[in-house]
Design a protein around this ligand. Structure first.
Ligand code: CP
Ligand code: NVA
Length: 332
């Protein structure tokens, strides 16, 4: 395989199945090194910038810990405390950062923003989540599937909820490229765009996977290896559409009845953060307004599947480390 040095990771659409598997193999090696406390700081002297226009816990911590483990320094840029977007365009900011840093992570709004950074920075740029895609999340998800089942190929992954956004889109791309059977279960209006489905169907044909859309959640999860969901309202979407989302998506909540339809050894995954109780400001507020105990997943399911959910969260760090290492020329 040709080196990935110098490449951006804006979406998994730009990567071959072989390249995606390379990231996953490298992530597994890094995970072992970390567990064995073997230093792997071969990128000493490099610097990375982390630009977050939206909040983050996992992605930011993953980039920071991974950068430090690799021997790099990182600088966090919060738009509130920088010129980005207010006094300086994304293109000019990217040109500046590209002169100082060896790689740039960006989390924000439209995909065109991360593409603009990649165009003007001339160093590897990593998408830490846009409205359309969240590629590093999907690497962690597939790594988790590999850990639980040995191999991701041929596994049935059912995604319930709003499948038109970053997680639904990216999961469909990743599953199609790696030969999983990807099933969306949602009302028709929440299916991914027909254009993206058509692209993914081609990759699924090549990999032996498949793409299916179903409005019937019970039928969709029959025999699933993995049941996956995400929040019903993503960062940046207006709170006034909560009522509409609760009305449209409540039938697609992951409950124990849903999990019973999946295979006996099925796992539940969630990119997190999740609304499964009232232990957050928003959860409490939504609970009061709509008189609901949870949203996309019940607390019963969440607590029963904590292992797979938090393995997945941990794997964010190992996979992000692999992405930075491979694109910055880490010699394996
Ligand atoms: N899953 C995920 O991206 O989490 P954060 O928003 O905390 O980074
Ligand atoms: N769809 C969610 C994913 C969070 C990791 C959001 O964009 O807020």
């Amino acid at each position: 395989m040709t080196s990935l040095k110098g490449r951006n990771l804006l979406t998994l659409k730009d990567y071959t199945p072989e390249e995606i598997r390379y990231f996953l193999e490298l992530a597994a090696k890094f995970k072992k090194l970390k567990k064995d406390r073997v230093p792997h700081d071969r990128l000493k002297g490099l610097n990375v910038a982390l630009v977050f226009e939206k909040n983050s816990t996992r992605t930011r911590c993953s980039f920071e810990v991974a950068a430090y483990d690799l021997g790099m320094h990182c600088t966090f840029l919060d738009p509130k405390a920088s010129q980005l977007g207010k006094k300086e365009s994304i293109a000019d900011t990217a040109a500046v950062l590209g002169r100082m840093f060896d790689g740039i992570e960006y989390r924000g709004y439209g995909q065109e923003r991360v593409e603009c950074i990649a165009k003007y920075a001339h160093v590897p740029v990593w998408n830490g989540l846009t409205n359309e895609y969240h590629p590093t999340q999907i690497l962690a998800d597939i790594m988790t599937v590999q850990e639980y089942f040995g191999d991701e190929k041929g596994k049935k992954l059912v995604y319930l909820g709003d499948a038109r956004y970053n997680i639904g889109n990216s999961l469909m791309v990743g599953c199609a490229k790696l030969g999983l059977h990807f099933v969306v279960s949602a009302p028709k209006a929440y299916f991914p765009s027909p254009e993206l489905v058509a692209e993914c169907e081609k990759w699924a044909d090549e990999s032996g996977g498949s793409i299916t859309m179903s409005e019937d959640p019970m039928e969709a999860v029959e025999g699933a290896d993995v049941v996956y969901t995400d929040v019903w309202l993503s960062m940046g979407e207006p709170e006034r559409i909560w009522a509409e989302r609760i009305r449209d998506l409540s039938a697609y909540k992951v409950t124990m009845d849903i999990m019973k339809k999946a295979k006996k050894d099925a796992i539940f995954m969630h990119c997190l953060p999740s609304f499964h109780d009232h232990e957050t400001e928003l959860g409490e507020k939504m609970g009061e307004i709509f008189d609901i105990a949870d949203m996309e997943v019940t607390d019963e399911v969440f607590q029963a599947y904590r292992d797979s959910i938090f393995d997945e969260a941990e794997n964010r760090m190992h996979t992000i480390k692999a992405v930075m290492a491979a694109t910055l020329g880490y010699e394996d």
